[in-house]
Design a binder for this molecule. Structure first.
Ligand SMILES: *Cc1c(COP(=O)(O)O)cnc(C)c1O
Length: 366
């Protein structure tokens, strides 16, 4: 049951042996033991992790996280509605691209990937374009590791009475928040990020009233958020089409392990320790972070590639993999970087082992 290497990536990530073990049974999709006792329990647990408010509901959706984002955008907006997307990274850009594919009216507030979200500009846009009905932002921009200003964003959006959609894919479960306090309408995440499950489905936690509004609006049968939700709601957690049963069972186990760890608060603490250990160790080796510490999430960190002709990411990657660690290529458009994630079944001691390994493979220094 031991993995060949530790994934230091933002999902799929390293899971515990017990999460992987939970997949060793086959499950029937219409049996109570699966729907009532696993799926419905997961839906309730997720709502409880997201908020103390009781007007929220949850729906699970097959596919990677993007499928859930697409289901939300494609179901929440009618043909008369207009979306404003904050784009300061690949995942913001992806939401705008989804709207474009679905022929949903959309305007993008584009910024550099290393730039903090300009909230004044956001407010000016809302004030000047009355046709905007929905706004969307990524919480942790996994492209850079930047944590976007969720609280202020929601405040402004709600002052202008907009429906708020948040891609919290790489932050939910790893960063504490109450989406009811923030008045978020739709929050999207997936199984293989901070809850530490395996890939196969995403989930949307939404105000029940916002979910009701989606009826009849979807542009796709399989990504109809409302129809999926209604089916789960009326049939004790039954999915419309074949569900990723093994993934779901592993996720149930992962949720139990999150509780055992002490909840999101404790998990955030561990991730933060990992990230601080990582940045400290990397700086001691001479690496520089792309972002200042103040903008950083405790999820993933971008480092500048060494500024020497001898350095090649592929070689660095291969040698680290050989040593038992898988890192991530960079994704920033105007800087040469690589990324190291610190979410998943990863502890500060693993990060210390990584630093030692990096030190020993810095071939360009030798
Ligand atoms: C991982 C991630 C997604 C979803 O990616 P998939 O590859 O579709 O699972 C979306 N947004 C953010 C911010 C992410 O980190």
């Amino acid at each position: 049951m031991k993995n060949d290497y530790l994934l230091l990536t933002p999902g799929p990530l390293s899971t515990s042996p017990t999460v992987r073990q939970a997949m060793l049974n086959d499950w029937c999709t219409w049996d109570d033991q699966y729907n009532k006792e696993i799926v419905d329990v997961i839906r309730h647990k997720l709502v409880n992790l997201a908020t103390q408010h009781d007007n929220y509901t949850c729906v699970l959706m097959q596919g990677s996280g993007t499928a859930s984002v697409e289901a939300t955008i494609g179901s929440a907006l009618s043909d008369q509605d207009k979306l404003l997307v904050i784009d300061n990274g690949a995942y913001g850009a992806r939401m705008a691209e989804i709207a474009q594919y679905l022929k949903i009216s959309c305007t993008t507030m584009q910024q550099k990937e290393t730039e903090e979200v300009d909230l004044q500009k956001f407010e000016d846009l809302l004030a000047s374009d009355k046709s905007i009905t929905h706004v969307a932002m990524v919480h942790c921009e996994t492209t850079t590791g930047m944590l976007n200003p969720l609280e202020k964003f929601c405040k402004i959006a709600k002052a202008y009475n907009k429906v708020v959609i948040v891609d919290a894919m790489s932050s939910f479960g790893g960063i504490e928040m109450d989406i009811g306090e923030l008045d978020i309408d739709f929050m999207i995440s997936s199984a293989n990020k901070c809850i530490q499950g395996v890939p196969g489905f995403g989930f949307v936690i939404a105000k029940e009233s916002a979910m009701q509004q989606c009826q009849g609006q979807a542009r796709s049968l399989s990504l109809d958020l409302y129809a999926q939700w209604l089916c789960m709601q009326e049939n004790n957690g039954k999915w419309r089409f074949t569900s990723p049963t093994h993934t779901v069972r592993a996720f149930y186990q992962a949720l139990q392990e999150l509780e055992e760890e002490g909840g999101i608060d404790q998990r955030q603490h561990r991730y933060k320790s990992n990230q601080l250990t990582l940045v400290k160790g990397m700086r001691e080796l001479g690496f520089k972070t792309l972002l200042p510490d103040s903008q950083h999430s405790p999820i993933i960190t971008s480092f500048y590639s060494p500024d020497t002709a001898d350095y090649q990411f592929k070689r660095f990657y291969d040698q680290l993999k050989e040593a038992g660690f898988v890192i991530y290529p960079g994704k920033v458009s105007d800087a040469d970087c690589f990324r190291i994630g610190n979410i998943g079944e990863v502890y500060p001691n693993d990060i210390n082992r990584l630093i030692t390994a990096i030190k020993s493979v810095m071939y360009w220094k030798k």
